[in-house]
Write a protein that binds this ligand. Structure first.
Ligand code: ABU
Length: 867
């Protein structure tokens, strides 16, 4: 034990650790620097590896005769706990407790910021071995600040490059509320903007990241940059595990300077997750960190190459696991920082000598700017090969290095590439980059727009039906035109019927337009179709319903007006009425289109997640035609058409019993109007209710149009076609009018024809009656003749006695035909007190009077004859 202590003491003397170690040599002048190391506490406790590295450097510097000859460099240090308050306290103690310190060595950005901001007031330089905050690059604020630790902006350049490479254009950020991280993120935002990368959300937290992580989840963050100290990283990823924000849908980018086993310290940091859970949450995440060890084994100015440095450091760390030691990655920076200041001090001696200032470095005081100025310049121009690589300071006091990118897999970090910030080059070993899923995650949930389209089968079915109906309508039109001179057709207002057919065809063509959607149209085309189909349907409806309305109105006039001249409705008036309806349509539609043109509107439905896909959601959408004040315009149109239909129904009801021969389709037209009203009453509200179901809406609307048109055509034309078939061509094809006969004359002719027919019927009936009476008379005369032969009677007067039971006395009288020529003859029968008289028209017959009596005749019955 004693011998081991002796060896160590000897080594210490040999390495110049102890003052006065160089026994026999002139006493060295002691120089002091202050060291502020974060050894404990939260945040970054990198002092645990950096302090031994710095002490190692001091040893090596003091060992070298050519560096600071005659001086022995000492460091008085204390723990800042990475806490700005404690760090500032340590600084004051170092400053106000002699001896004066030539420089302060710091780590942990939040401490360095406070110290570096104040140090210039004591002519003190600050050299940071462990401060990454980009804020520290502000020379105006941190006038005497240098650092061997590169700025965190170098992370950002590498990150942006990665985002671009994997085509991630939307990222999210979570940060601990510390200036170091805020300034890092500000720089990241600036660079992201330049690279056209969107920051979807930026969450910050002070000590509990729970809500921030939840918020990221709510915002569907996928590519997430997290900047926080190691203790917070544990909390963040425990929450990430709980929120399931890892795996094949997420990529995390965090800081790479935590020790490799940082995630295992769950217990000591009171984190409510197991190591396995942490490992699971961290699987596949990326880290970025500046290279802190030389990439090759080139010996540094100190004589050590990086491997030798690590070996020595391990001894200093008592062979504790470097992966478990905070600050182990930064240890070369602390080693090089001491070398940098030693070399700068060395340079200062030379500079002072050159300037003829014969004052030793030990004469430095906080108000001595001479030494300070030279020291600053020397530091500014420092350039040497360190164990961390080339050490050189920019005008901002920063240092440039490569950025190293690593990925964790199964709890281990693997180097996957480097980014050369100076030359903007990068090398990425793609073969070792792994993903939790089959491909790199997407930077957002892919929202796949799914336009709900009318089913093709339904569209084809409805269009085929519409086509058949249109052909049938066309057939009706042809029939009507070809037989326009057939009396039966002529008397049914064929012109208006033709217009009704055209209206039906127009409405049917709407079915083709209603089914057109995004599958066949562009957005602009759809907007055009929106306008077109409204016009087509409105005009078609008016043509069909308006022409039937005109017809039924004419019949109504004909049957309800008392005066003959009021009954007459000239044909031009019917067409004018139809024209009026169309004009109202055109006015409404034009004003509508000009003030609130119809446009395409996409109705969005709740998103659907397809089975087996985490990255894609389906966003169902449905195209509609709409405009501003759509309901008002619809109300105007429905109101107008509704009134037309309502009035049409009234007229149809009023004329329901009218059966005017040759205005032969009145009743059918009325029925058509009823049918249209009923279908419209059903269709209009139902289509509004089911408007979100494209197939149902299309089917319902199309069927309504089909029913309306087909029933209308059927009611108007089937009876005509049947009638046409029944009647012989000779009967029906007699031309009614000579060419050149006016419509008015035609009407008059029709009325006369009707009257003539009615009278003919009456004549036929009367002729029949006359025939019956003549027959009866003849029989009576025959009977009379017989009786005259039986009984004696004076000439001209006969008396006869009936022997039958039914009547006992019969008298008959007749007048000589010569006396009554030109008057209507009559025959009368007296039965009891009643006389029955019949006067046949147009027949010149003698009057025979026959009296029937129940009483027995005194003379046994008498027959009087005037023949
Ligand atoms: N690499 C450690 C940096 C620590 C800090 O900037 O606070």
């Amino acid at each position: 034990m004693v011998s081991l202590s002796m060896v160590l003491i000897w080594l210490a003397f040999v390495r110049g650790l102890l003052p006065g170690a160089s026994a026999g040599k002139p006493e060295k002048t002691q120089l002091y620097i202050g060291g502020i190391f974060p050894m404990t506490g939260g945040g970054w406790s990198g002092g645990q590896a950096c302090l031994p590295a710095a002490l190692m450097a001091l040893q090596d510097v003091n060992y070298r005769e050519d560096i600071l000859p005659g001086y022995h460099l000492n460091m008085i240090h204390n723990d800042s706990e990475c806490n700005p308050g404690i760090g500032t306290n340590v600084m004051y103690r170092l400053i106000y407790h002699p001896p004066p310190k030539l420089m302060l060595l710091t780590g942990c950005s939040s401490v360095s910021t406070h110290i570096a901001e104040a140090a210039y007031m004591w002519n003190l330089m600050v050299l940071a071995y462990g401060s990454s905050s980009p804020a520290l690059s502000d020379r105006k604020r941190f006038r005497t600040f240098f650092r061997t630790h590169p700025s965190a902006v170098l992370h950002n350049q590498a990150r942006i490059r990665m985002f671009q490479y994997y085509q991630w254009s939307k990222i999210s950020i979570i940060q601990e509320t510390q200036e170091v991280f805020t300034s890092t993120i500000e720089d990241l935002e600036k660079r992201a903007k330049e690279a056209n990368i969107t920051i979807a959300t930026r969450q910050s937290f002070l000590s509990d990241p729970t809500n921030a992580v939840r918020s990221l989840k709510r915002q569907d963050a996928r590519i997430i940059v997290g900047v926080f100290y190691e203790d917070m990283a544990l909390k963040v990823f425990c929450q990430v595990y709980k929120e399931k924000m890892y795996g094949n849908r997420h990529v995390w980018f965090i800081i790479g300077w935590y020790p490799d086993n940082w995630y295992q310290k769950v217990e000591e940091n009171d984190v409510n997750c197991t190591v396995d859970q942490m490992r699971e949450a961290l699987q596949g995440h990326f880290t970025t960190e500046m290279t802190m060890r030389s990439l090759d084994d080139t010996p540094s100015f100190s004589g050590l190459n990086v491997s030798q440095f690590d070996e020595e450091l391990l001894i200093k760390l008592n062979n504790s696991d470097p992966n478990d030691t905070p600050g182990y990655p930064e240890a070369p920076l602390a080693y090089d920082a001491v070398w940098a200041l030693a070399l700068a001090l060395n340079q200062t001696i030379t500079r002072l000598t050159e300037k003829g200032v014969n004052v030793g470095l030990d004469k430095f005081t906080y108000d001595n700017s001479t030494i300070f100025r030279e020291f600053y310049r020397a530091m500014d121009s420092t350039s040497f090969q360190g164990v961390s690589g080339p050490v050189q300071f920019l005008s901002t006091g920063d240092r440039l290095t490569l950025t190293q990118i690593e990925q964790m897999w199964d709890g281990r970090y693997y180097k996957i590439g480097y980014y050369d910030n100076k030359n903007n080059n990068w090398t990425l070993n793609h073969s070792i980059v792994r993903w939790n899923g089959p491909h790199p995650p997407y930077d957002r949930t892919l929202v796949v727009e799914d336009l709900r389209l009318v089913s093709m089968e339904l569209y084809v079915g409805m269009c085929s039906s519409a086509l058949v109906a249109m052909l049938a309508a066309f057939g009706c039109l042809v029939f009507n035109v070809l037989n326009r001179n057939v009396r039966y057709i002529t008397m049914s207002q064929p012109g208006l019927n033709n217009i009704a057919v055209l209206g039906c065809i127009t409405c049917l063509s709407c079915i083709f337009l209603f089914g057109l959607d995004n599958s066949s149209l562009s957005e602009d085309q759809f907007t055009a179709i929106c306008q077109a189909r409204t016009w087509v349907l409105v005009v078609g409806f008016t043509l069909a319903v308006g022409s039937m309305f005109s017809k039924i109105w004419r019949v109504h006039r004909l049957t309800t007006r008392a005066r003959e001249e009021d009954k007459v409705v000239e044909a031009w008036k019917l067409y004018a009425l139809l024209g009026l309806f169309l004009a109202v349509d055109v006015i409404i539609m034009t004003v509508w289109q000009l003030t609130n043109p119809m446009t395409r509107y996409l109705e969005e439905f709740p998103q659907e997640v397809p089975e087996g896909s985490d990255d894609i959601v389906i966003q169902p959408k449905l195209e509609h035609c709409t405009c501003d004040n759509f309901t008002i315009w619809l109300g105007v149109l429905y109101g107008y058409k509704g009134l037309l239909l309502l009035f049409g129904v009234f007229l149809a009801y009023e004329t329901r019993d009218v059966n005017i021969k040759d205005i032969n389709d009145t009743r059918y037209v009325g029925m058509s109007i009823y049918n249209i009203v009923v279908l419209c009453l059903i269709t209009a509200p139902v289509t509004i209710l089911i408007s979100s179901q494209q197939d149902a809406t299309f089917a319902f609307t199309s069927l309504a149009i089909l029913f309306c048109t087909v029933i209308t055509l059927g009611l108007i034309f089937i009876p005509k076609i049947m009638n046409y078939k029944q009647k012989s061509i000779e009967e029906t094809s007699q031309p009614l009018q000579a060419p050149g006969v006016t419509q008015e004359e035609e009407e008059k002719q029709k009325r006369l024809q009707e009257e003539n027919d009615t009278m003919k019927k009456q004549i036929t009936q009367k002729e029949e009656r006359i025939r019956e009476l003549q027959k009866s008379l003849k029989e009576l005369l025959k009977e009379g003749q017989k009786m005259t032969n039986t009984f004696l009677a004076p000439p001209g007067v006969g008396r006869l006695q009936a022997t039958g039971n039914n009547f006992t006395r019969l008298s008959a009288s007749s007048m000589a035909s010569s006396r009554y020529r030109g008057k209507a003859p009559s025959i009368s029968f007296d039965v009891g007190n009643e006389t029955i008289e019949r006067v046949p028209d147009h027949v010149m017959l003698p009057t025979v009077k026959v009296t029937l009596s129940d009483e027995p005749a005194e003379d046994g019955g008498q027959f009087e004859s005037f023949l």
